[in-house]
Ligand binder design. Sequence first.
Ligand SMILES: NC(=O)c1ccc[n+]([C@@H]2O[C@H](COP(=O)([O-])OP(=O)(O)OC[C@H]3O[C@@H](n4cnc5c(N)ncnc54)[C@H](OP(=O)(O)O)[C@@H]3O)[C@@H](O)[C@H]2O)c1
Length: 263
Amino acid sequence: MALCPKSVLVTGANRGIGLEFVRQFLALKTPPKFIFACCRVPENVADLNSIAEKSPSVHVVKIDVTDDSIIGGARAYVESTVGADGLNLLINNAAVGVQKRLQEVTREEMRRHYEANAIGPLMVARAFLPLLKQAASLSPAAPMSCSRAAIINISSVLASISENSSGGGYAYRPSKAALNMLTTNLALELKEDGILATAVHPGWVKTEMGGPNALIDTGESITAMMSLLAKLQGEEGTGKFYNGVRGGLIVALLKNAPHPSKA
Ligand SMILES: NC(=O)c1ccc[n+]([C@@H]2O[C@H](COP(=O)([O-])OP(=O)(O)OC[C@H]3O[C@@H](n4cnc5c(N)ncnc54)[C@H](OP(=O)(O)O)[C@@H]3O)[C@@H](O)[C@H]2O)c1
C-alpha cells in the first residue's frame, strides 16, 4: 500500500522528528500537493524556511498547540488552501519532554506537559476535524487509511503502563499516556466518519528531546514510521499504539480491536 495523502499537516515541524517528516513526505513517489509544516515562530525556522523556498507544496504555518486562537488561524489558512479536498493527514508531533523525578516535579511542569502533549493535540484534532471529515467523505467506499483521512499522534513507549520498568518522567509519561487515551476516544468516535486515529512511538531518536545518546537518527525513525503509516488500513489500523521502529504493536488501545496484521 502506498502512502499518498493529498495533504498533510505536521505540528512541531521546525526541527527533530517533525522536520524529517516534512523532508520524507516531499521525497515520496507521489508527494502531497500540500504539506503544512507548523511551528511556533515561522520567522525563526531557517531549516524549514529553506525547504519551503525550494518546494512550493510546503506551507510554513504558525501553530502553538497551547493557543486556541493560533490554532483557529491555522485552520482558516489550511481550509482556504485545500478547498473542497479537505485535509487527509494530521500528525500531532509537537511536544515537550523534560524528565522529572518525584522530588523535582512541580504543578507547573505537570501542567506544561499536559498542555503541550495531551490537551494541545486534542484541540488541534478538534479544530481540523471538519477538514478531515471533508477529505474522508470524498472516498466513502475506501477503507480508513492515512491517505484518506487520519490523525496520527506521536506518542512514546514511555507512555506504556505495562512497559514502565524504570519509573521517573513524572510529567512526560502521564501526559503521553493521556494522549493514548485521547487516541482511543478519537478512534472510537471518528470511525463512523471514516477517520483513522492511531498513536505511534518513533523510537529513541537523536533530537533535542532524545539527546545525543539516542539509538537512531531522524532519518531512520521517519523511514520506519512512513512505512508503518502506509500499512495502516481500516478497523485493524485504528485505535492502536505502535512502535513505529520495530513495527510491532505496543498495545491495542481499543479493547475489542481485531488482532492486527503484522505492521
Ligand atoms: N526523540 C525521541 O527519542 C522521542 C521518543 C519518543 C517520542 N518522541 C516524540 O516525538 C515527537 C517529536 O519529538 P522530537 O524528538 O522531534 O523533539 P524536539 O526535537 O524537542 O522537537 C519538539 C518540537 O515540538 C515543538 N513544540 C514544543 N512545544 C510546542 C507547542 N506548544 N506548540 C507547537 N510546537 C511545540 C518544538 O517547537 P520549538 O522549536 O518552537 O520549541 C519542536 O518543533 C514528540 O511528540 C516526542 O514526544 C520523541
